[in-house]
Design a protein around this ligand. Structure first.
Ligand code: GDG
Length: 499
């Protein structure tokens, strides 16, 4: 990224605020979750990098967050807390900034969210063409109507001096749908998943409508330069030459008399927050307790949402092969897999969970000895306070997605490794691999190679290990989530002044 980072504070002086206008985030997911503790209702910040990064900016700039109003109900349900049975009156709750919800029908939720977004766009953009469900005719109309509802709420609640920032693959049509009603609205879009190579993207029915939807934006952000190239390729090859002109040098597109900037913004984490937490007494104590529980063994760790894109099954097989090739590691190494439940309504995910259960059972059944088991498997979501001690415990983090837009776990592991005593094994099919050059890169499809690289990681001399971890940490420290937000907002301003 070429921009010089500007601090959030600089952006919030009075002049800058006037110049910048109000920031409006549009996402499927809500920034706050409503939870019941007995009779009391309380608000909890939705975990994850995006909310951590944007929440303070929205607070300082008195922003607005537009999201699907049903999302909090779903989260409550997953977490086994009472389910909210009434629509949420956000205004009655004490929120740090305005939240405007978008009401969707049950059909839209099923076919826009679970259907089109999660069983069509998600698998396709992660290169799982054969997992796509192209056959349910109800998905597309729901995707259209849900996106239209989001766009209508944006138009109604914003003005041309606001900065509207649309997030992710659920809302690919929203930029154009806003533009149709409000030609001068300032609109940016960020895609959190990969943008695939054109040969894969072109499989998508109505791909031209999706591209035109995105081209309603003034700025389109993707994680890494490779995805920018793929996006430009798709526009160039799949839309008529009479409609678009691509400027590869300036990475922009001329379309309907407007200039649209397309740029890479690798998302990151709140490095400082994790580093501070990791150094706290509470986390140090928890880490010590974990170390006592696992004894002298070396530890490998993976933390993922339970999703087929994360390569959990393939990695379990690598662990089996590792013990087969290097049997002396029995009782001297174990692997911990934390898999957080996600999209549990989708049959594909239920099936995957069963396959993982079986694989863990099979490997542990075959290899366990005395009190030792090779794989410790947790199928639940851990709060960050409980995740951090695992990061600090692990000698090797195995980040092995088959495809991933960026992958924040890789960055979080490094941020937590304040003692530099850890090695990162990283799939070359993650966006993170293009930045985290000091990681040990692996091809997660090449099982034997992953097993060998794990072996190599466990033997890495301390000096090399520490040098690598130091370099990884310094890069993340400098390019943290605040850098990401600020460089995106700088580019957004640039895009508006050059549109
Ligand atoms: C999408 C893109 C892109 C996981 N398990 C637990 C837990 N987590 C946290 C991690 C991390 C986050 O969830 C997962 O972020 P990832 O980036 O790894 O993956 P996705 O959820 O698929 O995110 C991805 C990201 O958007 C941002 O643009 O990087 O490529 O797919 O923060 O720590 N957190 C807690 N308990 C768990 O059990 N608390």
């Amino acid at each position: 990224m070429s921009e010089t980072p500007t601090s959030i504070k600089n952006h919030t002086t009075v002049e800058a605020e006037n110049e910048l206008g109000r920031l409006v985030i549009v996402s499927n997911r809500e920034p706050y979750t409503i939870k019941y503790h007995g009779q009391d209702i309380c608000l909890e910040k939705t975990p994850g990098g995006l909310v951590s990064a944007l929440d303070p900016v929205l607070k300082e700039r008195n922003g607005l967050w537009i999201c699907w109003e049903g999302a909090p109900k779903k989260v409550a349900e997953f977490d086994d807390v009472s389910v909210l049975d009434e629509d949420i009156d956000w205004e009655s709750l004490e929120l740090p900034y305005q939240i405007q919800s978008v009401a969707l029908s049950a059909t839209e939720i099923n076919h826009y969210y679970y259907g089109y977004a999660n069983t069509r766009i998600w698998p396709l953009f992660h290169y799982f063409v054969s997992r796509c469900n192209f056959f349910d005719e109800r998905d597309w109309p729901s995707y259209l109507s849900a996106n239209q509802k989001f766009a209508n709420v944006v138009v109604e609640h914003t003005s041309d001096s606001d900065w509207v920032w649309v997030q992710d693959y659920h809302l690919l049509l929203v930029p154009e749908m806003i533009r149709e009603q409000a030609a001068n609205r300032r609109i940016a879009f960020f895609l959190h998943i990969p943008f695939p190579a054109v040969e894969v993207f072109k499989v998508l029915p109505r791909r031209d409508i999706i591209l035109r939807g995105l081209l309603g934006s003034d700025l389109i952000g993707l994680h890494v330069p490779e995805y920018v190239e793929y996006f430009l390729d798709a526009v160039e090859r799949l839309l008529p030459a009479s409609e678009v002109q691509i400027d590869r040098v300036r990475a922009c597109i001329l379309y309907q008399g407007r200039t649209i900037q397309v740029k890479a913004f690798p998302i990151s984490i709140d490095f400082q927050q994790i580093e501070t937490l990791a150094s706290s007494e509470e986390i140090q104590t928890k880490t010590k307790q974990l170390k006592e529980r696992y004894g002298n063994q070396k530890i490998g760790l993976s933390i993922d949402r339970l999703d087929y894109s994360k390569g959990i099954l393939e990695n379990l097989e690598s662990i089996r092969v590792f013990f087969e090739k290097y049997p002396t590691y029995k009782k001297r190494f174990c692997f911990i897999q934390i898999a957080a439940p996600t999209r549990t309504e989708v049959p594909e995910y239920q099936k995957m969970k069963e396959e993982i259960d079986q694989a863990v059972g099979r490997i542990n059944g075959a290899l366990a000895e005395d009190n030792w088991i090779p794989i410790h498997y947790f199928y639940r979501s851990f709060p960050m306070d409980d995740v951090l001690p695992y990061f600090m415990l692990a000698d090797v983090a195995m980040v092995t997605p088959l495809r991933d837009g960026m992958n924040l776990v890789a960055k979080e592991y490094c941020a937590a490794k304040t003692d530099l005593n850890g090695v990162l094994l990283l799939s070359e099919f993650t966006g993170a691999a293009s930045e985290m050059k000091e990681a040990m890169l692996i091809n997660p499809f090449y099982i034997e190679h992953v097993a060998d690289t794990l072996h190599e990681a466990l033997h890495l001399p301390a000096m090399i290990r520490e040098d690598k971890m130091h370099a990884l940490r310094e890069n993340i420290r400098q390019h943290d989530i605040h850098y990401w937000v600020n460089s995106f907002m700088d580019a957004f301003q640039y895009a508006i002044s050059h549109r």
